[in-house]
Design a protein around this ligand. Structure first.
Ligand code: NDP
Length: 248
């Protein structure tokens, strides 16, 4: 990780869970971290706690103009970008027959379009400054298969799109001779706010079931991200799946 010291790393969704743990880990490795989230105050709180170089930028990644403004600020104040971790993501439990179309859209706008636009902005900056950077997508095991349970809604479809976008970006970078790396990190179940915030645990039954499952902690995923970032320049981890022991 020594080569990333004093280099700029952008982490989307740095206000809680996995994104906050990644931001903390990267600050610990001496990166200059930009944490993007709607709840900017939570990133600021983390920044005060870490006493390191963590800048909070408020943006809703489901809105193109917010992403463009965030990257404009980064370019003007901190560029060049060396690392982008596309972590911001949501799910909206429902079945596809009764699900709300606005929820279909917000999941895709956040998990797919937000990630694609942030990637475009970061990679343009890396190429402009001739930086052999690294783009990491926080995907999911549900980006590779669909669990046989109801109410997953469009979440697995959005994460399958992330799997495809990882490969497509690598093809595009290879075709122009770029050495920017692209990695998909796919966690199994992680104990974070995502389930409570997005309404997955609204019944006692759902809560009991969730509590019974083996889970990773956010810092386990952050360690996996550090691992892929720490590989030598000629080595590229394209996909890394991290699951709790005992996960079905
Ligand atoms: P959390 O709910 O704890 O964190 C989600 C983060 O994403 C928050 O920082 C939130 O910030 C941010 N976010 C959500 N929507 C937006 C938006 N529109 N604009 C900007 N930021 C946004 O969940 P996790 O840490 O669990 O999730 C992080 C990633 O990990 C997601 O991509 C998720 O799909 C993936 N993942 C999670 C698993 C799990 O079991 N927890 C398993 C596999 C993958 P704010 O609300 O402040 O905007």
């Amino acid at each position: 990780m020594e080569r990333w010291r004093d280099k700029v790393a952008v982490v989307t969704g740095a206000s809680s869970g996995i994104g906050a743990a990644i931001a903390e880990e990267l600050v610990g490795h001496g990166c200059i971290v930009v944490g993007i989230a709607r709840r900017k105050e939570r990133v600021e709180e983390l920044s005060r706690k870490l006493k390191g170089k963590l800048y909070a930028v408020k943006a809703d990644v489901s809105k193109e103009e917010d992403i463009l403004d965030a990257f404009k600020w980064i370019r003007q104040n901190l560029s060049p970008i060396h690392i982008l971790v596309n972590n911001a993501g949501i799910g909206k439990p429902a079945n596809l027959i009764e699900g709300d179309v606005e929820d279909f859209k917000s999941v895709f706008d956040t998990n797919v379009l937000g990630l694609t636009i942030a990637t475009k902005e970061a990679v343009k900056d890396m190429i402009k400054h001739n930086v052999d950077g690294h783009v990491v997508h926080i995907n999911s095991v549900l980006g590779h298969y669909v669990a046989k349970v109801p109410n997953l809604n469009v979440y697995p479809a959005s994460k399958h799109a992330v799997t495809a976008l990882t490969e497509t970006l690598r093809n595009d970078l290879n075709s122009i001779g770029s050495k920017i790396k692209v990695t998909s990190v796919s966690p199994g179940l992680v104990e974070t706010e995502i389930f409570a915030v997005n309404g997955y645990l609204s019944s006692n039954e759902a809560m009991d079931y969730w509590q019974s499952l083996p889970k990773l902690q956010s810092k386990d995923v952050a360690s996996a991200v550090t691992y892929v970032l720490g590989t030598p320049p000629h080595v590229q981890v394209t996909e890394l799946t991290v699951r709790p022991v005992g996960e079905m």
